[in-house]
Design a protein around this ligand. Structure first.
Ligand code: NDP
Ligand code: ZN
Length: 373
């Protein structure tokens, strides 16, 4: 299968599977046979799909995958919303699994350990970004000896990964809730940490979905005063339940009035079109708007530099590196911060994707990968 890493708009989308050349016990010799679900074209319909992972190398783990979250990026990806997808397309980058085999040089994990795996499963290890523990921004995309990019492809039963990219799971943590920390969690935790939020800072979370509901919980843990923006009335109570001080239904015009100059920070996790200029106007002087939501190319908002208030900043973020992903995993478990999840069998994946697209999920579907037959 074709493998590809694409660097577009600052996001790395890694899809596909890998090939390499050693052996492992469970699958005669060479490559590991895996079963997953793939979209064959941009109609986005997922069907059962068998493919090969690379053989287990010296530094690799063979991981039997157990759970994978459905991120809105998977939806953008299978429908080619960003214009960068390749097919067959096996989505999924919020994985939890169990190590069932280790390469001879592995030191960090042993058979039976549970690990988390996100979208960052390969990097050169040598560039400035990798050395700084920001592997997601690696400037030298790697290939295996077949010239193929290594895969993520989380909607599947097995994967092979270098131990460097595996996240240790604290004992006793609820496995079915941990997958989304590998993407939704780290993607909001990383900028919130960098903003160095202090007690009482005024923070807005725009878009209250998978990423947004974790952003609210981390921001509350850091002491922020949190205002949530989303489209529907039915999420108002949930925002309060997670500790948000305020909820703004953006479809209710009176609620959007008089918010000019209100916030130190805004984090936008919005997945579709919105007026970014309206949010910039809500920042205080020297305030910052953090963009993590990545709408489809046809719906991407544009910044009007004349309307943008003087003294404000905009930044754009991509997930987080491996050390910080371990940090957010440990932080989440220590503080009991988890996504609200609905676990589904893989046979319901297409219905779930449709619901994510239509905004009908509170807040993350997680596929039970043990249901892959
Ligand atoms: P979800 O669908 O779970 O959440 C998006 C939320 O935004 C929904 O609650 C949706 O409401 C809400 N929303 C949509 N339009 C508006 C609007 N105009 N104003 C306010 N709220 C709105 O998606 P995820 O949280 O999984 O992902 C969010 C985005 O982040 C996606 O674009 C995804 O691709 C991107 N992403 C980026 C990453 C990065 O590294 N930068 C990493 C992971 C994801 P409703 O449900 O009612 O439609
Ligand atoms: Zn994601």
């Amino acid at each position: 299968m074709k493998k590809i890493i694409l660097l577009i708009m600052g996001i790395i989308v890694i899809v596909g599977s890998a090939g390499a050349q050693q052996h492992n016990h469970s699958h005669s010799h060479g490559k590991v046979q895996a079963k997953g679900y793939a979209a064959m074209d941009d109609k986005g319909l997922l069907i059962p799909y068998e493919f090969e992972r690379r053989a287990v190398g010296g530094n690799d783990l063979l991981v039997e995958l157990e759970y994978c979250g459905i991120c809105h990026s998977d939806v953008h990806d299978v429908f080619n919303d960003w214009g960068i997808s390749s097919y067959p397309n096996i989505p999924g980058h919020e994985m939890i699994g169990k190590v069932v085999e280790t390469g001879k040089n592995v030191t960090l994990f042993k058979v039976g350990d549970h690990v988390g795996l996100g979208a960052v499963v390969i990097s050169c290890g040598e560039c400035e970004k990798c050395k700084a523990g920001e592997e997601q921004y690696c400037t030298n995309p790697q290939t295996d000896e077949h010239g193929n990019m290594v895969s993520v492809a989380g909607y599947s039963n097995k994967t092979v990964v270098n131990e460097h990219f595996a996240i240790r799971i604290p004992d006793g943590a609820p496995l079915e809730k941990l997958g989304p920390i590998m993407c939704a969690g780290i993607t909001v935790y990383s900028p919130l940490k960098a903003l160095n939020i202090k007690q009482g800072d005024k923070l807005a979370v725009a878009g209250f979905g998978g990423l947004g509901h974790l952003a609210v919980q981390y921001a509350k843990a850091f002491g922020a005063d949190v205002t949530v923006f989303d489209l529907t009335e039915d999420k108002r109570a949930l925002a309060a339940e997670l500790g948000a001080e305020r909820y703004i239904n953006v479809n209710n015009p009176t609620e959007m009035d008089n918010l000019g100059g209100s916030f130190d920070y805004i984090i936008s996790t919005i997945s579709s079109h919105y007026d970014v200029n309206q949010y910039l106007g809500m920042l205080k002087t020297h305030g910052e708007m953090v963009i993590v939501g990545l709408p489809a190319r046809s719906e991407a908002p544009s910044v009007n530099i004349l309307e943008m208030p003087f003294g404000t900043k905009i930044s754009k973020w991509l997930m987080g590196g491996i050390p910080q992903t371990q940090e957010v995993m440990d932080f989440s478990v220590r503080n009991g911060i988890y996504p609200m999840v609905e676990v589904i069998p893989v046979q319901q994946v297409n219905e779930a994707i449709k619901n994510v697209k239509e905004g009908k999920v509170h807040f993350r579907y997680v596929i039970d990968l043990k249901t892959i037959k």
